[in-house]
Write a protein that binds this ligand. Structure first.
Ligand code: G3H
Length: 500
């Protein structure tokens, strides 16, 4: 049934400088990871413009013109006026809720509930941004040492915004809408995977905003992005993706030190299961944390360390829970769906690597690690050791490495040395967590010193979305939370006068 109503998005168009124009240049056809189960044929669900570096630069120039070093129509509007325009945009986007969700479902294979949730949680976040921005408008006054100052948040200029393929709508909007609200102009680079939904929104942007406030680039990032960054016209760089790509693009800016970076990058989140943990809770949370959206989440649990004394029981329970996950095309309630972000061949190479170094796919007999075109049945691999790629590599997919440990020094040292630091999940009895032993305190300290969120007896996750979302080391720069992100894309300025 789903095949009969599959979407087709005509992304042979551009929005640069205020007008949506048909695209006559080269374009890419976008294929869904969904395949026809009878013929194996992949399904084309749209096309999108493939811009050249020169065309991408037109978008940057249009954004710079709209900013006009602060004299543009948009930065000159009051925050209240900008909020009214964003509310109009939200109304138009909501009319397309199901259309956007369906395109996300086909392009990146989120199931029925998750594709709609991506849209809904975005709109909830936008409502919270608007409410918070409204309060910022009142311009607090401070008075000290006889000087009276009225504070105001002012825009910064041009934002280059690149969202990821796993949350192409939601995570683009997490920085796009704050930047618009605060008076900046935007160049949005549509993700090559997951970006089709943005083409459904171009007309809404063109109708709501003055020319050049929001511009779209599509095409190969490695061609289009370097000249945009080299131009020096970008003031804010909002990027969600790989640490390597972010490093290269930041360095391409002629004055990287004056670029405002908002980055959410690679992560390797560790779950630690202590001997006193409630194993049913640990299994339920770690299965969800490592397999939701096939593990294609920066917040996914990507390594599990289990105390040797309970490893056998944990592994049995874990494999049974994984075997019960519904697998298939992204319709209905299927939990494991075709991969959109990494190829299945990468998952196979990771499992081959551990097998060649002495570990096993524990659930191989019930299909673990089995691959059918774009679908990869989660592989639970054990015992993972430091020589194996999965000890440090980010799999971003459904391979779940489990490592036994005897002493807390093992997770402590792993955390200390990891180049990434987003979240940890610690499973122990509540009693032990409330009154930790010296060793457990050291572990808790190291979790807090090397990551930004310690989840006690719960999986790692970004939500609730009003919580701050951040990372240390090479995992992130800047915090995404409603208020922090509005602040990050604006500058606090003041008019100070001597008290009469
Ligand atoms: O991929 C990174 C996302 O921020 C993860 O968000 O934890 O809500 O799935 P999530």
């Amino acid at each position: 049934e789903a095949f009969k109503t599959r979407p087709f998005v005509d992304g042979a168009k551009t929005l640069i400088g205020g007008q949506v124009k048909p695209w006559t240049g080269i374009f890419s056809e976008i294929y869904s990871p969904v395949y026809c189960t009878e013929t194996g044929e992949r399904i084309c669900i749209g096309k999108q413009a493939t811009m050249s570096p020169k065309e991408a630069m037109e978008a940057v120039h249009a954004a710079a013109k709209a900013w006009d070093l602060g004299r543009g129509e948009w930065p000159q509007k009051s925050l209240q006026e900008r909020i009214a325009v964003v509310e109009r945009l939200v109304g138009k986007l909501k009319e397309k809720r199901m259309e956007i969700a369906k395109v996300l479902q086909w392009e990146i294979c989120k199931n029925d509930a998750d594709s709609v949730k991506e849209f809904d949680r975005t709109m909830d976040f936008v409502s919270a941004l608007i409410e918070t921005a409204r309060k910022m408008n009142s311009g607090p006054a401070v008075c000290q040492e006889g000087i009276h100052a009225i504070l105001k948040r002012s825009p910064m200029g041009v934002m280059m915004n690149l969202g990821p393929s796993n949350y192409p709508f939601n995570e683009t909007y997490a920085t796009l809408i704050p930047a618009i609200l605060m008076g900046n102009s935007i160049v949005m680079k549509v993700p090559n995977t997951g970006g089709l939904a943005h083409f459904l929104t171009m007309e809404a942007y063109a109708e709501c905003f003055p020319p050049g406030v929001v511009n779209f680039i599509s095409g190969r990032g490695r061609d289009t992005m370097p000249p945009c960054m080299e131009s020096g016209l970008v003031d804010i760089f909002a990027f969600i993706g790989s640490s390597k790509a972010a490093d290269a693009l930041v360095k391409a800016h002629p004055q990287p030190h004056r670029l405002k970076n908002l980055l959410s990058l690679d992560a390797k989140n560790l779950a630690i299961v202590l001997p006193d943990a409630d194993l049913d809770v640990a299994v339920k949370e770690i299965v969800a944390g490592s397999t939701s959206f096939n593990g294609q989440r920066c917040t996914a649990i990507k390594l599990v360390m289990v105390h040797s004394s309970i490893a056998e029981t944990f592994n049995q329970k874990f494999c049974s829970a994984v075997a019960a996950l519904p697998c298939g095309l992204p319709f209905g309630k299927n939990h494991i769906t075709p991969l959109a972000c990494n190829p299945t061949s990468f998952m196979q190479s990771l499992t081959e690597d551990v097998k060649s170094k002495g570990a096993r796919v524990l659930n191989e007999a019930v299909g673990g690690g089995h691959c059918d075109r774009t679908l990869f049945v989660p592989a639970v691999v054990y015992p993972v050791t430091a020589e194996m790629q999965l000890w440090t590599a980010e799999q971003f997919g459904p391979v779940i490495p489990i490592a036994p440990f005897d002493h807390l020094e093992t997770p402590i040292e792993w955390l200390r040395k990891m180049p990434f630091g987003q979240q940890t999940a610690l499973f122990t009895s509540n009693q032990a967590a409330a009154a930790p032993s010296k060793e457990l305190s050291q572990l808790l300290d190291m979790c807090a010193l090397s990551t930004c969120r310690v989840n006690l007896n719960a999986q790692c996750q970004r939500g609730p979305d009003m919580f701050p979302f951040a990372g240390r080391r090479s995992s992130a720069m800047g915090t995404i939370s409603v208020e922090e992100v509005l602040r990050a894309v604006s500058v606090e300025t003041m008019v100070a006068s001597k008290n009469p």
